[in-house]
Design a protein around this ligand. Structure first.
Ligand SMILES: NC(=O)c1ccc[n+]([C@@H]2O[C@H](COP(=O)([O-])OP(=O)(O)OC[C@H]3O[C@@H](n4cnc5c(N)ncnc54)[C@H](OP(=O)(O)O)[C@@H]3O)[C@@H](O)[C@H]2O)c1
Length: 291
């Protein structure tokens, strides 16, 4: 699991540990203490070499045993899109999408038949829900923005990439034949997490007041502004990971709306097979894998 050291992932991982479960989390060491019962291996999603080393370490740790569940929950959001990863990619794209794309592909052959891969996406990927959601996909421009742009837009686009990657994986013959489920989970607007730590000081200071206010004013009429808790979002992420909740057959998107799990269509662009295949191909080239 990635993203188990903070926010909703820290709640989810507590529900994944227990007798008989071997839980491995990838963490960069800057977060809180991992829950007992987990093994922590170093992983910085801002470096593709770190992702490759982590995947090797996981394979050696499980020593031939199959991986039942892969939870790709880590995410970051910044005020602008001017940060670069160790490999020179825009940081949000690199951490939220490219690293998880590489990790999923690197560990796929080690997954158990009927195993589950869960990505944490966001309804910000959908312009019908949030106005700055992406309406087009230019993968190279996301990886190397031609001019300085908004961090929110980079974030929303990276979450579209999570959804498209989940759809690509679920369409692979290998995945279908082995009965592996792939899910993209939107926890919805969730208060009390550390997601805004990469935002400006002003936005970080205002968020604790603005989020509940927006939720109270708009949450009834616009469910996307309802502010949920990390406990509930973590609970549902764990249910999807454990298979006690699942989208209907043939669908990948699960969305938490006002605390209830729903299975709506993702955005029009997320359902576009050309966009899906373009992202798969260009991401493969970026991480040095065959398409
Ligand atoms: N909060 C919301 O309103 C909301 C809404 C929709 C979707 N989401 C998604 O939910 C997921 C969890 O977010 P959250 O709100 O719980 O945020 P959070 O509290 O900031 O947790 C983010 C997690 O990702 C990890 N992470 C970030 N950058 C990393 C890196 N370079 N290498 C390794 N790990 C890294 C963090 O590790 P550290 O502890 O080391 O920082 C932490 O465990 C994200 O994918 C986010 O996009 C959140």
């Amino acid at each position: 699991m990635t993203g188990a050291t903070a926010g909703l992932g820290a709640h989810a991982v507590q529900r994944l540990t227990g007798p008989g479960a071997q839980v491995i989390i990838g963490a960069r060491g800057s977060g809180g203490a991992p829950p007992t019962g987990c093994r922590v291996l170093p992983l910085d999603l801002a470096s593709l070499d770190s992702v490759r080393n982590f995947a090797d370490a996981v394979r050696s740790q499980v020593d031939g045993a199959a991986i039942d569940v892969l939870v790709l929950n880590a995410g970051a959001q910044f005020s602008r899109d001017d940060r670069r990863s160790a490999d020179g990619f825009e940081m949000t794209f690199a951490v939220n999408h490219l690293a998880h794309y590489l990790l999923a592909r690197s560990l796929l052959s080690g997954m158990a038949s009927t195993g589950r891969i869960v990505f944490t996406t966001s309804d910000t990927h959908d312009p019908a829900v949030i106005p700055f959601g992406p309406k087009t996909l230019d993968v190279r421009a996301l990886a190397h923005p031609p001019r300085r742009g908004s961090g929110f837009r980079a974030y929303a686009a990276s979450k579209l990439c999570n959804l498209l990657t989940a759809r690509s994986l679920s369409a692979l013959d290998e995945v279908k034949e082995r009965g592996i489920s792939v899910i993209a989970f939107n926890p919805g607007l969730t208060g009390g997490t550390a997601l805004l730590r990469g935002q400006t000081r002003v936005r970080r200071a205002l968020a604790p007041a603005v989020l509940p206010l927006a939720g109270a004013l708009l949450g009834r009429s616009h469910p996307q502004f309802h502010v949920g808790t990390p406990e509930r979002a973590g609970e549902v992420l764990a249910e999807l990971a454990l298979g006690t909740a699942a989208p209907p057959p043939g669908r990948v998107y699960a969305s938490l709306v006002k605390g209830e799990i729903t299975f709506p269509d993702p955005s029009e662009l997320a359902r576009d097979d050309d966009a899906r295949d373009l992202l798969w191909r260009e991401s493969a080239a970026m991480v040095g894998l065959p398409a």
